[in-house]
Design a protein around this ligand. Sequence first.
Ligand code: BDP
Length: 666
Amino acid sequence: MDAAANAAAAKDAEARLSRREMLGGVGSAAALLAAGAVAPAAASAATSTAAAATPAHAGALPASGPATRGGQRMARLYPHESAARSTRDLSGFWGFRLDPRDEGEASGWPQGFSGARTIPVPASWNELFDDAAEYFGTAWYQKEFLLDPGWRGRRVYLRFGAASYRARAWLNGQLLGEHEGGHLPFEFDVSALVRATGPNRLVVLVDNAQREERVPAASRPGAGFNFPSYPGVTFDFFPYGGLHRPVLLYSTPATAIEDIAVHTDLVAGHGIVRAGLQVSGGWNGMATVSVESAAAGAVAQVRVAVRAGRAEAELVVDPVRPWSPEDPFLYTLVVRLADAQPDEYRLPIGIRTIVVDKDGLRLNGKPLFLAGFGRHEDFPIHGKGLDLPVLVRDYELLKWIGANSFRTSHYPYSDEALMLADQYGLLVIDESPAVSLGFGDPDPVIAARHAQHARALAEMHARDKNHPCVIAWSVANEPGIGAPVGTPAEHAALVERGLAYFRPLFTDMRARDPSRPVVLVSFGTGPDEWSALGDFICTNLYFGWYVAGGQPGEVVRGLLEKELDRLHAVHGKPVMLTEFGADTTAGVHAEPATMWSEEYQSQLMELTMQAVRARPFMVGAHPWAFADFRTAQGIMRSGGLNQKGVFTRERQPKLAAHTLRRLWRA
Ligand code: BDP
């Protein structure tokens, strides 16, 4: 890096640091330095809680039976309906009560509680009730339901799409178990507890306390902040609480297909589908596996022997219609067990390949450039609650603007978001909830985050592994040294600490899924050593905003070009610009363009896209962000919103949207 780029990078580091302080993420220099460096052994020991690594071949399944923890099973196959399975959605109105003194459990609320008000599920509680607007503690949900008479004698499961952040559930007063992590599903086998006649009462405690050992993390208690924000979180989005995704009941026959892991390939013009199967109870018997299309019925079929609950099937689809953004064609993989009560599972699949090498990304053998956005699950009133109309509108706008991709910044999105992306042909970088990890924090805090982070990656893979839309896994967004620039030795120790943290996560993810690239999304001066763990380099650069804000286009372009070229020279891998942008208040205009105006954002988008497209090693550019979104209140976030959206929070285009549409649809 030359002197100018160096100076810019240092400024970027500073800007990031004070921005994080503004967001409450970084403690005082003294506290951070006092924390010392984590011993690498302590950090890697925490990985032993990660799911067992799978054999390094496609279609691989976890080595053991259902992964259970705290009474819950890891949710794997989505409860799609079939001839043998039904699903009931418990979305709707539930009873709700805040518990600011955490007295519910001791006061018998798990049996059912009084004083409930009505809340919709799914939704966040924060924008519904004024007294819950800034409520980050414990809240209780309850719902009564009757079991479908046809489900008697069958296995019955209860599946939560997501509860932010920790949930404990009781059915008819009996504890089912607990789950931690706000963005991934979990389920319980309720067959023995559910009543066949009379009402069943489901009670759920949802705890959304902001704690520094959670992922993502609250700011460190007692840390000194330059620019306090409220609530004090380390990340730039609002920490909404609630049952954010549907709660489903589903039933299966006694012997059930518990997991399927699909891997597809294209060889000499035909499609190969490999499916690893897992059946409950170590079942032995025959299974039929077929690939069906709506128009042609079964286009490939095999019978396989299931031994001790395991089998692998390989099918050839010829001719094949590969899945791609231009033609997101979905087949259905159907698995049927030859049993007295035959289970049947129907899984939508797309036949496609994704490859990364030093020359770039290729989808189905063709060069791929990712044009799209970082986004958020965020909408007025719903907060982070699943909103199907918003989902459809967002994907329509992505198509309108000519995008082919998005990143699930900064946490795994809903099942529904991925199912719809499969249908729309949108390519997804699936990101874990590990945003803004700081490595200046004390050992026990980092070890706790590591264990939770490892679990989230295992759960994300378990849920999302079969989606053709998912083309890469993002382990983390913008992890930082987390301390003000110290001596070179202090810096090196923190870099090492991060490496000891990330290496096992990458190893586990690659063992689970050798078929997709694994990346880490870094920023400006994020250590190159961490980015180097990724199969391609992902970087967030805010030249023109946090660095060189308001400066002439040539200055911004110069800084950007230097840093992109430097990253490519250092790593020798393809590079993607995963974030860039400028806060822009819709309706503010300026000629010549100034910061916050629509013209400024539009010009920044145009010059950035030009610099990116002029570099053959660049494999994508995602402006930050798709739409304005709610975040913590503070002096850098007018109206409590991050306004870097190319669309407003209500999804109306700013000038930059038209610019990108022109560039991306050309
Ligand atoms: C990036 C973060 C993103 C922020 C964005 C910003 O990845 O979450 O919202 O900066 O500051 O560093 O707008």
